[in-house]
Ligand binder design. Structure first.
Ligand SMILES: *[C@@H]1O[C@H](CO)[C@@H](O)[C@H](O)[C@H]1NC(C)=O
Length: 230
């Protein structure tokens, strides 16, 4: 009987707490998904988070299995930016469903394909991987909002062809996105390419330095605010 009473008391507490939990449902869970450009250290995410704070957009929680790295100030740094990873690799190893199940994002912002391009995979192969990932995202949440980057340009010293391969991938992304987007779960293309110069915005032809991080944060800002508030 005592146990029964404490069970009732416990249920009463749960029911009392429920409205408080519901009141936080305005919080939007955002998963930055990508490779080292996103994750390590990916300080454009810190700059982006700070821009959101300055704009009063504070109902966010960044999610993912990886922690933020040092970018000079505290920020909400969780992410799913795995160094060296390929879009096709994520699909081959079926990694995304588990990440989604742990993080439950409302919005995914994806900058992926740099390592696929480096591995000379075709736009068609990369976009097929994007499609599988989008299907997994919608299995995780039917109304998930998906932001897909036209990725930053690259000029690594060991791949003179990579610059043009990125251009080819980026050119194919809008048609792919239009064919895969739905009213319930829109795909928005985010142009991270225009205005980004791998000579002056990266130290190694691939990874953004401070100048590149500022540009990436600016590219993501408006589309992300719209996804949060839309
Ligand atoms: C970014 O890297 C380029 C090339 O190394 C360099 O010229 C530029 O000064 C760097 N900018 C910043 C802000 O770090």
């Amino acid at each position: 009987m005592a146990n029964f009473r404490s069970l009732i008391a416990f249920l009463g507490t749960v029911l009392t707490l429920a409205p408080a939990v519901a009141a936080q449902s305005g919080q939007v869970r955002i998963m930055p998904l990508g490779d080292s450009i996103t994750g390590s250290p990916g300080c454009w995410r810190a700059l982006l988070w700070r821009k959101l704070q300055e704009a009063g957009v504070t109902n966010t929680k960044f999610v993912g299995s990886l922690p933020g790295q040092g970018c000079g100030f505290d920020y909400d740094g969780a992410n799913e930016g795995h160094g060296g990873i390929l879009a096709t690799g994520i699909v081959a190893r079926r990694e995304l469903p588990g990440w989604l199940a742990s993080a439950s994002p409302d919005v995914v912002m994806m900058h992926l394909g740099t390592n696929d391009v480096w591995s000379n995979l075709s736009p068609a192969e990369i976009l097929a991987a994007y499609s599988t990932m989008v299907d997994w995202m919608r299995e995780s949440k039917a109304t998930i909002k998906i932001l897909v980057a036209q990725i930053i340009p690259m000029r690594p010293s060991n791949c003179p062809q990579c610059y043009d391969r990125v251009v080819a991938l980026n050119q194919a992304i809008p048609d792919w996105a239009a064919s895969k987007s739905t009213a319930e779960s829109p795909i928005v293309v985010v142009d991270c390419w225009t205005g980004f110069n791998p000579s002056s915005d990266t130290g190694d032809g691939v990874h953004p330095n401070n100048s590149g991080n500022e540009k990436l944060a600016s590219s993501w800002f408006e589309p992300l605010v719209q996804a949060i508030q839309g």
